[in-house]
Write a protein that binds this ligand. Structure first.
Ligand code: ZN
Length: 333
C-alpha cells in the first residue's frame, strides 16, 4: 500500500459542523425550533436506533425505553410523533433524541439543526460561552491540526507507520486519524491563534502547565492520534499512540476533562450507532486499532473502551442500545 487519496473531511461535513458548534447556551429562536420540527423526519431518526416495520400508516418496533418482546412502540409519520403503549413514553423528534441520548432540549435541538444544515446563531451575550463549549472548540481545533500534520513532512513517521499497518490516506481520513507533531507548542500556538486560552487547553487535557507556572505545552507529541467522540460527533478527547520504539507509554490518552469521562466514553461513536442497530449487537474491544479493524472488516458495530476497565456506566449505556454484547478483549489477566 502507498499513501494515496485522503485529505477530505471524513464521514460527512455534518459531523465536523456538529463538532465545531460552539455553545448550547444561546437561546434558540422559536422559528428555528419550528423549522427543525417541520424538516426532521422522525421515522428516519428513530430507525437509527429501532428496527421499524410499517403497519398501516404507522411504523412499529420494540420500544427502546422499556423491555418488551412484542412491539408496542409506534411512530406516526404524518404527525411526526412517537408513542409507546407499553410504557407511555411519547413525544416528537426532539423529545425522542433527548430521551434516547440523554440530551437537554438545546443539545437535542442543536444536534438536529446540525444534521439538517440549519444554522443556529450563537447568542453569546458577551460573556463566556461556557467552559464545555470552549473545550469542544479547542478539541476540534486540535483535531484539525493533527489531521493536517499527518500530511506535512514532519508527519512522515506517522504515514510510514500507517502504511505498514495497511492504511492509506483515505482510510486514515475515514477514522479521523492524525499526527501530533513532535513539538512542544503545535497545539498551544494553534489555540492561541484562535484566542483560546492556555488554561482552556489544559482543561481540555490537550496542554499541560509548565513547571514554572508560565505558559503551557502540548501533552501529545510525536504520536498518532485518534479522536474520541461523543454520540453527537463532538471530540471529547484523544488517544495517542507512540511511533518510536523507545517512546513510553505506548498509548497515552488525554486526561479526564469536564467533557471526557472515561468511565462512560467509547471510541467509535457516532459512526457505530447505526451499525449497532442494524446488527442488533455491540462488539466491545479494548483498542483503537481493534475497533478500526472491525469496522474495516464490515463490522461497524464495534466500540472500544478508552484505556479503562469496563464500568457499570458503560454497561448502562450499552443496555439502552442493544441486548447482545460480544466481548473481544485482550487475552491478559
Ligand atoms: Zn415503551
Amino acid at each position: 500500500r502507498v499513501w494515496s487519496g485522503g485529505g477530505r473531511s471524513r464521514q460527512s461535513d455534518q459531523h465536523r459542523r456538529i463538532g465545531r458548534e460552539r455553545a448550547d447556551l444561546g437561546r434558540i429562536p422559536e422559528s428555528t425550533i419550528h423549522e427543525i420540527r417541520n424538516r426532521a423526519d422522525i421515522v428516519s431518526l428513530v430507525s437509527r436506533y429501532v428496527e421499524l416495520k410499517q403497519a398501516g400508516r404507522n411504523w412499529k418496533g420494540l420500544c427502546p425505553f422499556h423491555n418488551e418482546k412484542t412491539p408496542s412502540f409506534n411512530v406516526n409519520s404524518d404527525r411526526q410523533i412517537f408513542h409507546c403503549f407499553g410504557c407511555q413514553e411519547g413525544g416528537d423528534v426532539i423529545g425522542f433524541l433527548m430521551k434516547h441520548e440523554g440530551l437537554s432540549f438545546p443539545e437535542a435541538t442543536r444536534t438536529l439543526a446540525g444534521e439538517l444544515g440549519i444554522d443556529i446563531p450563537d447568542e453569546v451575550d458577551g460573556t463566556d460561552a461556557g467552559l464545555s463549549a470552549r473545550i469542544f472548540e479547542a478539541n476540534q481545533l486540535a483535531q484539525e491540526l493533527y489531521r493536517e500534520a499527518l500530511r506535512t513532512p514532519e508527519g512522515k513517521i506517522a504515514r510510514d507507520y500507517l502504511i505498514a499497518r495497511g492504511f492509506d490516506g483515505a482510510a486514515a481520513d475515514e477514522f479521523g486519524i492524525g499526527f501530533a507533531p513532535a513539538r512542544w507548542d503545535a497545539v498551544a500556538s494553534r489555540l492561541a491563534k484562535h484566542r483560546i486560552k492556555g488554561a482552556v487547553g489544559a482543561e481540555a487535557g490537550l496542554l499541560a502547565e509548565r513547571k514554572s507556572g508560565k505558559g503551557h505545552y502540548d501533552r501529545l507529541r510525536g504520536r498518532l492520534t485518534f479522536p474520541i467522540e461523543d454520540v453527537r460527533g463532538r471530540v471529547i478527547g484523544f488517544g495517542g499512540r507512540a511511533l518510536e520504539a523507545d517512546q513510553e507509554p505506548k498509548y497515552l490518552n488525554t486526561p479526564e476533562s469536564p467533557v471526557f469521562h472515561k468511565r462512560q466514553a467509547f471510541y467509535g461513536y457516532p459512526a457505530a450507532l447505526e451499525p449497532i442497530r442494524r446488527a442488533g449487537r455491540v462488539i466491545l474491544c479494548e483498542g483503537y486499532f481493534d475497533r478500526i479493524a472491525f469496522a474495516r472488516a464490515g463490522m461497524g458495530e464495534a466500540l472500544a473502551t478508552c484505556g479503562t476497565a469496563l464500568t457499570a456506566e458503560h454497561g448502562a449505556q450499552l443496555r439502552r442500545r442493544t441486548r447482545e454484547v460480544v466481548l473481544v478483549f485482550d487475552g491478559d489477566q
